[in-house]
Design a protein around this ligand. Sequence first.
Ligand code: DC
Length: 227
Amino acid sequence: MQKMIIAIDGYAATGKSSLAKRLAKTLQFKYIDTGAMYRAITYFALQQEPKGSVHEKQLIAALDQIKLHFELTTSGQEVSLNGVNINKEIRQSDVTSEVSNVAKIPEVRAVLVAQQQAMGIEKGIIMDGRDIGTVVFPNAECKFFLTATPEVRAKRRHLEQMDQGIHESYEDVLDNIQTRDLIDSTRETAPLRKASDAIEIDVSDMTLEEVYQKIWSYILKKQSKTS
Ligand code: DC
């Protein structure tokens, strides 16, 4: 398969990362979950004194002390912050509640977008996020934009969290998803938006396998056009 950039954007809990991971394995491409990068910065901010809330100015001043590292293992992507693995911590509810507020800070976005662009320089990469097709890689060869109703997404995320031992009620998960949708899509810098040339897929009534097959057939079509 010719090396290319595949951007998978869309709303929270639409299955972006499961799909991206499977595609990356099949294509032997690198996979980057950019949401995990925003979560790692949020975790860092919450650890700064006074702990438990985000102090924007302090965070901006400390951005150059943050070293993120990603490694793809058989069990998924491992994220470390200044040498410490924080895979589990970035999925906890305190991080999930604050991440959209951190992701709207332009200075944070500038640092992470530059890192993401550097990771894609050799192509052969699949990135999932909110602004990959619009801002990070506007020239990506394949762009997908996934949507689904908030209720379908909350049900999905609630089940996933229970599997991971994170106990939060369905109502709280739904509330968080709706709040994040609003903040992510109305922020000034790089709001969540479908790129004009992205393929939009409403996954509300589709299985993950059906979505995968749909995406896969577009990739094959694109590949045959460019080779
Ligand atoms: O994909 P996720 O739910 O782990 O993402 C966490 C948050 O990070 C999400 O609410 C919005 C933000 N995000 C972003 O603004 N831009 C990205 N490219 C990826 C995530």
